[in-house]
Design a protein around this ligand. Structure first.
Ligand SMILES: [Mg+2]
Length: 210
């Protein structure tokens, strides 16, 4: 086996980001389902700026509820309640990406050690993995708010390697973001597989050589 361990991104690699977002949004603002796309676009734009280092993920988590609430003309006092309602609902969302569980089964059966590697809040991501029934597949979870750095910062990957006690050459990263997962890991000397979810790639196809 070329690798001992695999780092796996969570959103849009294991859990379906759009479905989870929709579900959490509907729980947080049930009276305005028509504003979901606006919310999704505002959050998406800010997360994409974070990928390029303009904001930290922690900053974006505060910014997007604020921008969204202002965009729909609600008073500023609505920001905190919306943010908390969304976050609480988000922690319960757990729609799996097709073949995600099967992929984890195969990788575990082959003897790889699996670690989640995601940009978000640790407690929320662990809760979501648990709700999806896939938390037990992981030796540990490396989540940016716990690690102290966001992917693609090389220090995210260095700290993750430090925690699992492995060399970069012993690890493979799998994720759907070219910027944060693939290029980030490669900058830290870790080989990476790009899961091209937007083009309907298959996870099982992706890992068939492993
Ligand atoms: Mg992702």
């Amino acid at each position: 086996m070329k690798y001992k361990a695999i780092f796996i991104d969570i959103d849009d690699t294991l859990l379906d980001y759009v479905s989870c977002c929709r579900e959490a949004y509907d729980a947080a603002l049930p009276e305005h389902p028509e504003h979901f796309q606006l919310f999704f676009d505002i959050a998406g734009h800010l997360f994409s700026e974070a990928k390029h280092g303009k904001y930290t993920i922690a900053e974006v988590m505060d910014l997007y509820p604020k921008e969204f609430i202002a965009a729909i003309g609600y008073p500023e006092s609505a920001v905190e309640p919306f943010k908390h309602a969304f976050r609480a609902a988000w922690g319960e969302t757990h729609t799996l990406v097709p073949e995600a569980k099967e992929m984890l089964d195969i990788l575990r059966t082959k003897g790889y050690l699996l670690f989640a590697a995601s940009n978000s809040f640790g407690h929320l991501q662990r809760r979501r993995l648990e709700r999806a029934g896939i938390l037990p597949y992981f030796e540990d979870t490396y989540i940016s708010m716990d690690i102290g750095y966001d992917k693609p910062d090389i220090r995210f990957f260095q700290e993750a390697l430090h925690r699992c006690g492995l060399q970069p050459s012993e690890v493979l990263m799998i994720g759907d973001s070219m910027t944060t997962d693939v290029l980030g890991a490669q900058a830290a000397g870790i080989e990476a597989l790009f899961f091209d979810r937007r083009n309907n790639a298959s996870l099982l196809e992706l890992i068939k050589e492993l």
